[in-house]
Design a protein around this ligand. Structure first.
Ligand SMILES: [Mn+2]
Length: 303
């Protein structure tokens, strides 16, 4: 039996890393030879979560040609390994829109409109009647709290809430307290360069030829920093060859987003029915790239 590599998207976030580790574990419990790997550097939030539960950082890997792979937390070619179409994809587990990845062979796919891939992995453990050890419980809880912004995002469902509570109870953890510890680890923006901030959670969407990055903050970013961010965004937009590059500055306390925009602004204006001024748009109540920003722009582009 050949080894199966389990991985999430590029610019990995906590849900991508934690769901890959947990799902590789589930596969091993079912006697498959599975290993979680990652496509890039982990962010400080994920590092915090792995340390907290004593879990090692997965190996970084980039060549998958001819290998058996399981994708978690993404279905977009541009967000996956560069040679993903030469790999043998055997399963896909995700909670995003169905993207543009295609396979040569029949494949097991499970996509649910739910707050995190970690939530789906929890359900798969339960459906297989497998116990969830504390390390895995910690990983899954971290994935859920991270992706749902501590159960506050519009993407969060009652199922996410119920499962997060179960996991927190198992671990004897205060859900809110642990959630904010996680987010604090992530929102340390002062220690990062503009380039690091823009690229750390950047996702590229082929169909709208757009890159959308997101930074979670707990207090507002000053004007000077926004200007240097915009300058750097112009360079990065050219490098990645997209028409437009957006950066969501999402304040998780106020639960709003300021959108920085470089490139073609018309789609953004059409999507949000507002003018882009000084390369910015203020979006009250918007926190989710997946559910609020990307679909609005896609509708504006394609309808
Ligand atoms: Mn996710």
């Amino acid at each position: 039996m050949s080894k199966i590599f389990v991985f999430g998207h590029k610019n990995p976030d906590t849900d991508t890393i934690c769901s890959a580790i947990a799902y590789a574990k589930l596969k091993r419990l079912k006697n498959f030879d599975a290993q979680a790997v990652r496509l890039g550097e982990i962010n400080p939030e994920t590092e915090f979560a792995l340390k907290k539960f004593g879990v090692e950082i997965p190996e970084e890997m980039h060549i998958f040609e001819g290998k058996d792979v399981i994708l978690v937390d993404h279905t977009e070619i541009k967000q996956s390994a560069d040679d993903i179409l030469k790999a043998n994809i055997i399963e896909i587990i995700d909670h995003h829109n169905l993207g543009d990845i295609y396979t040569r062979h029949p494949v097991f796919v499970r996509i649910e409109p739910i707050g995190s891939t970690s939530t789906i992995i929890f359900k798969m453990f339960r459906e297989s009647n497998l116990d969830i050890d504390n390390k895995t419980a910690g990983l899954l809880l971290s994935g859920i709290l991270s992706d749902t912004v501590i159960l506050r995002s519009v993407t969060c469902t009652d199922e996410d809430r119920k499962i997060a509570k179960k996991l927190a109870d198992q671990l004897n953890l205060d859900l809110e307290k642990y959630g904010f510890e996680l987010k604090k680890a992530k929102s340390d923006i002062l220690s990062k360069t503009d380039r690091e901030l823009i690229k750390s959670d950047l996702k590229i969407f082929n169909r709208i030829n757009m890159g959308i990055g997101q930074v979670e903050i707990v207090e507002d970013i000053d004007e000077k920093r926004k200007k240097t961010l915009l300058e750097e965004m112009k360079k990065i937009r050219k490098e990645i060859g997209c028409d437009t590059l957006l950066l969501m500055l999402t304040n998780i306390i106020k639960q709003d987003t300021e959108l920085l925009v470089v490139g073609k602004t018309d789609l953004v204006e059409k999507a949000f029915k507002t003018k882009v001024e000084n390369n910015r748009v203020y979006l009250k109540g918007v926190m989710s790239r997946k559910k609020q920003v990307k679909p609005a722009i896609e509708d504006a582009a394609l309808l």
